[in-house]
Ligand binder design. Structure first.
Ligand SMILES: Nc1ncnc2c1ncn2[C@@H]1O[C@H](COP(=O)(O)OP(=O)(O)OP(=O)(O)O)[C@@H](O)[C@H]1O
Length: 333
């Protein structure tokens, strides 16, 4: 039998009493790959991550690395690293002491070099002697990342590592995180409920709904074909249209919809700016950075948002669908 490289998860099930938190999940991860586990609160992301780490007992299933079962192996001997939302740094050690924690057996010079390399990678060169209490939240998470990577974990499991930080900092640090994981060729699973973060960090995204992987693929594949109305809605396709409703809004006749719905993305409904399209009442207008968000009522009665370059003076606006920013989704997926 050939041994699969990387992580193999089969039928992984985690239960809490009668609650099935993770429901028979199968998952493969190639060495060096970053997978984002994306899902709403309570969808089972942390339970799956903790199940893989060995921090949560499995009701069923197996976890292998390079084809070897790790289920019976104690957490700290699996060669897996874990990083949480609160990086859990040791306040009595300085930054260098924290990063060196998992590599204390290395000779001094090697250890110092490893600490220096990692602090450099996370953008904190020269911070070795800084006290943990003097760090900002973002700096602390970068130190936590460097500490998790120091012992060369074969798999790094990150549970919402940036969720305590504000949005601007998260957007910056997600880039630091991805480049650091890639530079160290680390295989990683990254749990988040934030769609933008998942898409920015990962090679592949798995969308979890009710403890199951509802869709897995590259960020662009998952976005272009979300596979089910539930996944589309979770990803941010705000409106789902039946074939008749879509055709009323200008869906092209040469794109038949057979038992499918049209999921309208954030740019899927557009003002025509001329006599084409359907006139819809304007309900509300909100100024955003670079555009105005306009809420309208669609012909079948549902409300939807669209973007316009400026405020609309008239009570109605002519709109049409832009198929390039819509996804066609099977209803029974
Ligand atoms: N220790 C526990 N005891 C009982 N039920 C639990 C426990 N941990 C999680 N659950 C339940 O298991 C399900 C999945 O929870 P989990 O924390 O894995 O979801 P999540 O997607 O990580 O959510 P969040 O984003 O809010 O952290 C939920 O219904 C939750 O209430």
């Amino acid at each position: 039998m050939t041994r699969a490289a990387g992580l193999g998860v089969r039928g992984l099930t985690v239960r809490f009493g009668d609650t099935v938190a993770v429901d028979a999940v199968d998952l493969d991860l190639a060495p060096g790959e970053i997978l984002a586990l994306l899902g709403a609160s309570g969808s089972g992301k942390s339970s799956l991550l903790r199940g893989i780490a060995g921090l949560e007992p499995l009701a069923a299933g197996s976890v292998t690395w390079a084809g070897e079962e790790v289920r019976g192996i104690p957490v700290h001997e699996r060669g897996f690293g874990v990083m949480f939302q609160d990086g859990q740094l040791f306040p009595h050690r300085d930054v260098g002491g924290n990063v060196a924690y998992g590599v204390h057996r290395l000779p001094r010079a090697d250890r110092d070099r490893r600490v220096r390399e990692l602090l450099d990678l996370v953008g904190l060169a020269g911070y070795e002697k800084r006290a943990i209490t003097s760090l900002s939240g973002g700096q602390a998470q970068r130190v936590a990342l460097a500490r998790s990577l120091a012992p060369h974990p074969r798999l790094l499991l990150l549970d919402e590592p940036l969720s305590a930080l504000d949005r601007a900092l998260r957007e910056h640090l997600v880039g630091v995180l991805r480049s650091t994981l890639k530079a160290t060729e680390t295989t990683a699973i990254y749990v988040t409920h934030d769609q933008d973060e998942a898409f920015a960090v990962a090679d592949r995204v798995a969308v979890l709904i009710d403890g199951r992987i509802a869709r897995i693929g590259t960020p662009s594949d998952v976005w272009r074909s979300p596979a089910s109305p539930a996944v589309a809605t979770f990803l941010g396709y705000a409106t789902l249209l039946t074939p008749d409703q879509a055709r009323d809004l200008g869906w092209p006749l040469d794109r038949p919809l057979d038992g499918q719905v049209v999921a309208v993305g954030p740019d899927g409904l557009v003002p025509t700016g001329d006599a084409r399209g359907v006139a819809v009442p304007v309900l509300e207008q909100i100024d955003r950075r670079g555009y105005v968000a306009i809420r309208v009522t669609l012909p079948h009665g549902a409300a939807a948002w669209l973007k316009a370059p400026g405020r609309i003076e008239e009570p109605t606006l002519r709109v049409t669908l832009d198929p390039a920013h819509c996804a066609v989704v099977a209803t029974d997926a």
